[in-house]
Write a protein that binds this ligand. Structure first.
Ligand code: PMP
Length: 362
């Protein structure tokens, strides 16, 4: 079979060697005569996998020893509840500030508003989230329990190029659509979380990297399985976890390490994104959606000068094995999600098609 170039925003393509390894081990993991999804989360086989995943994440992301890695249920959006439940109580003000860069931050803010006094510290809604808004950290009042950002905005193709220094106020970042795609200094954050389904593995699970001093302050009403302390105390096995998703992540991390790690991947991702952005910038047909200074290297968004051509563009792309290029309905146009697993050749194939399409429709 031929695997297509899959530009889906998520669930997204995984590296082919990872899919092959999982397939080869599916019926019989490590010669035990059973598949991994058929055995206990407390088996020695799974224990080895979760420990290896911890070690690989620590090494690849450079996670300092005063942070815990948690594997939590419910994908990224469940963290929109868990974050306030675990942190809002840090200060009697029950206050937190959100910097709005798209629907995901808006949803996170709305969810948090159930538990505390939530402030919108800045927003780029007035320009349909085509950029990261100006934001002055000095405007954050000291009694904030935390400040919240979405580091890469999947729908709009924007990202924070650098992160605000919020001092003693813990910075919480939703890194779902860019974790491990670029080098990050974990020390800048109180909490980082990411749903697995872009750069890490299957959907439905998220990783949370939390600074230890932020544990143990959850609101009394917090359900146990949303309480970070419960996850930390039980190595994320307070109940039956999604062992298969963690196993898939371990294979993705093995692959990332073999490919040279995050710095190498970042250089490759920059080159991939540049190919497409250069094509957009030198074209009369394609118009970049995101402000050039705020462009993401994971999600490249663009529209067509003549929107009537969009249907033909998407159909022609699909004919050539370029899958899922339709933009999100909140933005329209096209979007190429080019996570770590997308090879440079996939971006080149897209660019070749874009040039060909412009020639015949220009
Ligand atoms: N945050 C971001 C930045 C996302 O891109 C997404 C999914 N596209 C989510 C949150 C929601 O993820 P989930 O479906 O795992 O809840």
């Amino acid at each position: 079979m031929t695997r297509i170039y899959n530009f889906s925003a998520g669930p997204a393509m995984l590296p082919t060697p990872v899919m092959e390894k999982a397939q080869a081990e599916f019926l019989d993991y490590n010669n035990i005569g059973a598949g991994l999804i058929e055995i206990s989360h407390r088996s020695k086989e799974f224990d080895e996998i979760i420990n290896r995943t911890d070690a690989l994440l620590t090494e690849l992301a450079g996670i300092p020893s005063n942070y815990k890695i948690l594997y939590v249920h419910g994908g990224a959006q469940m963290q929109f509840s868990s974050v306030p439940l675990n942190l809002i109580n840090r200060h009697p003000s029950n206050k937190a500030s959100y910097i709005e860069t798209g629907v995901w931050t808006v949803k996170a803010r709305q969810e948090a508003a159930r538990y505390g006094n939530i402030i919108t510290a800045a927003s780029s809604e007035d320009t349909n989230f085509d950029r990261i808004p100006d934001f002055d950290v000095a405007s954050l009042e000291a009694d904030n329990s935390y400040a919240f950002i979405t580091s890469n905005n999947t729908l709009y193709g924007t990202r924070w190029q650098s992160f605000p220094d919020t001092g003693d106020i813990p910075l919480v970042a939703d890194m779902t659509s860019e974790f491990l795609s670029r080098e990050i200094d974990i020390n800048q954050f109180g909490i980082i979380f990411a749903g697995l389904q872009k750069n890490l593995g299957p959907a439905g699970l998220a990783i949370v990297i939390v600074r230890e001093d932020l544990l143990g302050q959850a609101l009394p009403v917090t359900p146990s399985l949303l309480d970070y302390q419960v996850y930390a105390d039980n190595h994320s096995l307070a109940n039956t976890n999604n062992t298969f998703a963690i196993y898939m992540m371990s294979l993705v991390l093995d692959w990332l390490k073999e490919e040279g790690g995050v710095a190498k991947m970042e250089a490759r991702n920059n080159a991939k994104a540049k190919l497409i952005y250069d094509t957009i910038d030198s074209s009369d047909l394609y118009i970049g959606t995101a402000h050039p200074a705020h462009r993401s290297i994971m999600n490249v968004t663009f529209s067509l000068a003549n929107n009537d051509l969009l249907g033909d563009f998407l159909a022609g792309a699909l004919d050539r094995g370029l899958y899922a290029l339709k933009g999100h309905r909140a933005v329209g146009g096209a979007r190429a999600s080019i996570y770590n697993a997308m090879p440079l050749e996939g971006c080149q194939a897209l660019v070749d098609f874009m040039l060909e399409f412009e020639k015949s429709n220009g």
